[in-house]
Design a protein around this ligand. Structure first.
Ligand code: NAD
Length: 495
């Protein structure tokens, strides 16, 4: 594998200062495929200072130059899509086709922000007095720390890096300890033309990440990951009143109404629950089906789940690869066992498949006889598990969908627009998908309500996460003001 296995600071590839490393495992072969630097406080300081030094020139770059540089990232990413995608496969176990999609999506993100980054940068508001002007200018914060997870290593990084750069910030990226290799190669191939120090990357675990959060020169922490880590980061950042943009976990519902083609709804639900082995923040994790069609729907989901082809993620006909790590597999298996103990009925799956000697595979799993108090309906599973609960009507489904600490996404299948839009209005979720589970649009915002986070990615909202407004007032007629000294209430105000 053609990867540097080093930190990227000031456009140079460097080892951790004390030479420490950690191993990266391929979850399909269970082999160690590479090492990466284990970065500590001094490495973080080196990277943050490089980003700080680069900021002065980057924030004042002309908008056309900025556009050209960001566009080139998109061009180079697409040109090398296969090579980078294969590295994601090796470190994450995701099927190649999904990794190729990921590269196309990041190219598209860089194109999008290369353009809207040079559009409006603020507004002019009506002045309070004549012959004056009030401008609102949105300016970059400075150095952004970008801490990302392993399930879409490049995509979730690009959702933060592209707008942060377009807004005029510089960055220090920390990939997940499970998937740093694709980001290393992407930086080498697609970002080598960016000025020194504009994008830096250091590898390590949560301790490395915490140094980025605590560094006095990082002004924004853009974090994507679990709710537990998000809470820790928010508390650390609060000590310096640092801005955070938090994209956290979910336990997303889908509501299946009785007026739709049940086969299609079952296929959509199966895909949305099992895509990337269920390791998607917006995976379908709570399925609410109207009881009039529930039996047919459940049968169809079980059939679909049984058809899913597990195998080598490099094979173009593999639907689902292994889970990303032994830890991820163990967590899901434990949750499945607890669901059985709680009384949920296992209809298919629920264990490791027997036909693989190696690889962290888990069988697509479907449960029914699910009740709201069960763990799965309250805590994110993050695995290939579809729990199905019967409901009497839409209002029960809406109440159950809202009965959650999370509020990332929500889905519905119905042909009845009254039902669809009532649910969209009444359910607290950052995204609401009607008849098209999990589809994002980079021009529209993505993010969570409630415990699923704070802040938004994508769209103009995603750009605004990385710039802060400044009011500039200009009085272009210099004159005396009637509210200055000396005060005299008896005489009233001067005119
Ligand atoms: P995680 O929270 O364990 O780790 C995410 C990143 O944070 C990693 O880079 C990790 O090294 C770092 N980290 C861990 N502890 C830290 C600390 N104390 N300080 C600073 N950094 C720290 O999450 P994960 O297991 O990598 O990813 C899975 C989670 O991410 C799921 O909960 C999933 O729903 C969520 N996720 C959310 C979105 C979204 O957009 N809302 C997208 C993808 C994944």
């Amino acid at each position: 594998m053609n990867v540097k296995n080093k930190n990227y600071i000031n456009n140079k590839w460097v080892d951790a200062i004390d030479g420490g490393t950690f191993d990266i495992e391929n979850p399909f072969t269970e082999q160690i495929i590479a090492t990466a630097p284990y970065s500590k406080e001094k490495d973080v300081d080196h990277a943050v200072n490089a980003a700080m030094s680069a900021w002065g020139n980057w924030k004042t770059l002309g908008s056309l130059d900025m556009r050209d540089l960001l566009r080139e990232v998109a061009v180079k990413s697409r040109k090398n899509d296969r090579e980078i995608a294969e590295i994601i496969v090796a470190e994450s176990g995701k099927p190649l086709i999904e990794c190729l999609d990921e590269i196309e999506w990041i190219a598209s993100i860089f194109e999008y922000y290369s353009e809207i980054g040079r559009d409006q940068k603020g507004r002019v508001v009506a002045p309070v007095v004549s012959r004056s002007m009030s401008m609102v200018v949105k300016e970059p914060y400075g150095v952004v720390g970008c801490i990302v997870p392993w399930n879409y290593p490049l995509l979730l990084m690009a959702w933060e890096v592209a707008p942060a750069l377009a807004a005029g910030n510089t960055l220090v990226i920390k990939p997940s300890e499970y998937t740093p290799l694709s980001i290393m190669r992407w930086l080498e191939i697609a970002c080598d033309h960016l000025p020194n120090g504009v994008v830096n990357m250091i590898t390590g675990d949560g301790i490395t990440g915490s140094y980025i959060v605590e560094h006095p020169l990082t002004r924004v922490i853009a974090f994507t990951g679990s709710v537990d880590t998000g809470k820790k980061i928010a508390m650390m950042a609060a000590k310096q009143l640092k801005k955070t943009s938090l994209e956290l976990g979910g336990n997303d519902p889908i509501i299946i109404c009785d007026d739709v083609d049940i086969e299609i709804a079952a296929r959509g639900t199966t895909w949305g629950g099992l895509l990337n082995a269920g390791q998607v923040c917006t995976s379908l994790e709570r399925v609410f089906v109207m009881e009039t069609v529930a039996d047919n729907f459940i049968e169809a989901v079980v059939e679909e789940a049984k058809k899913v082809r597990l195998g080598d993620p490099m094979n173009g006909k593999t639907d689902m690869g292994p889970m990303s790590s032994f830890e991820a597999l163990k967590k899901v298996d434990d949750k499945v066992n607890r669901a059985k103990a709680e009384g949920a009925r296992l209809l298919t799956g629920g264990s490791k498949p027997e036909n693989f000697d190696k690889g962290y595979f888990y069988r697509p799993t479907v449960f029914d006889k699910i009740e709201s108090h069960m763990e799965m309906m309250n805590i994110e599973t993050f695995g290939p598990v579809i729990p199905i609960q019967k409901v009497k009507n839409l209002s029960e489904a809406i109440n159950l969908a809202n009965d959650s600490e999370y509020g990332l996404g929500c889905n519905i299948y119905t042909n009845d627009m009254e039902k669809a839009l009532t649910a969209a209005e009444d359910i607290k979720a950052g995204s609401f998908w009607i008849n098209d589970p999990l589809t994002d649009n980079e021009a529209a915002p993505f993010g969570g309500m409630k415990m699923s986070g704070g802040g938004r990615e994508l769209g103009i909202e995603g750009l605004d996460e990385f710039r802060e407004p400044k009011h500039i007032l200009i009085d272009y007629k210099i004159r005396d003001k009637d509210y200055w000294f000396p005060y005299d209430l008896d005489e009233g105000r001067k005119t």
